[in-house]
Design a protein around this ligand. Structure first.
Ligand code: ATP
Length: 327
């Protein structure tokens, strides 16, 4: 294990009868990373998280959290982890304050320490207005905040959150994402989601699993480069004839097919430059500007288009699911 790895998973297998819910997964998470775990329904995300948090026992393989083995010291592992399961198990009849006191007691925090940590977690999670509210009366967004507050109460190194934004409205989603990013400044966060934009907005790394297997691992930008369709540059030009534009751009380094169309009513030629494999959009953009200068065209717009995390996710998963992944 490298010294900065907080999670080290090696060839973990979890079987439910004949079903290989987690099928030989290996990866490491470094301290300070915010890692998004992506996968279709039933891909094995929750099961992997349950193995890491020692709620289920792996059938094969090994894993450590902060150097502590999930096999030999599950209680030790849990000390390093704050965990929010998929449906935050909260006691509806309790007040937020009492619930957090209860969790602090279970975590073995002394009275003064418990008070200090609760104050910190309540502030970090924006729970001040609901501190004395009964949990059963809270919105789903506030319930998730309570779930996250209980997970960070004992100041763990690693937060594991199972679909923390699932079922929230758009405003609540933004709030919880902000909270995850804030917490991610001081802690390592490993969370699952179905929302691709979430990964791009929040994570510096994404792990994609399909049918229990790891199929991709990298930064969102890297995964888009690796798996998504190559992007294209879209430009709008004035002062040029469509045929001249096409001719000038056809052999541009890094550019494959070029489509150009004239919008006579706007007086512009719109062209789409499809980037070749491995071509960087910014380099192709520079070449485009050089061609525009040479042709004395006036460029009214230049933008990149067409690379998305959805594409990357589908491409990465397709090897395992076949065409159904694109359904
Ligand atoms: P979702 O996004 O729907 O939450 P997931 O990626 O978290 O899915 P898991 O919940 O880990 O997937 O489930 C992986 C597979 O294991 C699924 O086929 C699921 O039906 C199965 N499974 C999960 N828990 C059990 C269990 N206790 N007993 C039997 N099968 C299970």
């Amino acid at each position: 294990m490298t010294t900065d790895a907080i999670v080290d998973v090696k060839e973990v297998v979890k079987l439910y009868g004949p079903l290989r819910a987690v099928d030989g997964i290996s990866f490491q998470v470094k301290r300070g990373e915010i890692v998004g775990l992506l996968g279709a329904n039933g891909a094995g995300k929750s099961t992997l998280m349950k193995v890491l948090t020692c709620y289920v026992v792996a059938d094969r393989g090994s894993a450590t959290v902060a150097g502590v083995s999930i096999d030999s010291d599950p209680v030790g592992v849990r000390r390093h982890i704050g965990y929010l399961p998929e449906n935050a198990p909260l006691y509806n009849e309790m007040m937020v304050r009492d619930f957090l006191l209860f969790v602090a007691r279970i975590r073995g925090l002394a009275k003064a320490k418990a008070r200090e940590r609760i104050e910190w977690a309540v502030k970090a999670c924006g729970l001040e207005p609901k501190f004395m509210a009964t949990i059963g009366t809270l919105s789903r967004g506030y319930r998730q905040r309570v779930g996250i507050a209980q997970a960070i109460l004992h100041d763990p190194d690693l937060l594991i959150l199972d679909e923390p934004t699932s079922g929230l409205d758009p405003i609540q989603i933004i709030d919880i994402r902000r909270l995850i990013m804030e917490i991610g400044k001081t802690k390592t966060v490993f969370f699952s989601t179905h929302i691709m934009q979430e990964v791009e907005a929040v994570c510096n790394r994404a792990i994609i699993i399909a049918k229990g297997k790891l199929v991709a691992d990298g930064s969102p930008a890297d995964l888009k480069m690796k798996f998504a369709e190559k992007g294209r540059l879209v430009a709008k030009i004035r002062g040029a004839a469509e045929a001249d534009v096409r001719a000038a751009l056809k052999d541009l380094p890094g550019v494959g097919k070029v489509h150009a169309i004239t919008h006579a009513e706007l007086g512009v030629v719109e062209c789409h430059l499809h980037l070749k494999d491995g071509a960087a959009a910014n380099e192709a953009g520079e070449k485009f500007y050089a061609a525009a200068r040479a042709g004395k065209w006036s460029v009214v717009e230049l933008r990149t288009e067409g690379v998305s995390m959805e594409d990357a996710f589908l491409k990465a998963s397709m090897g395992v699911y076949g065409k159904e992944a694109t359904a």
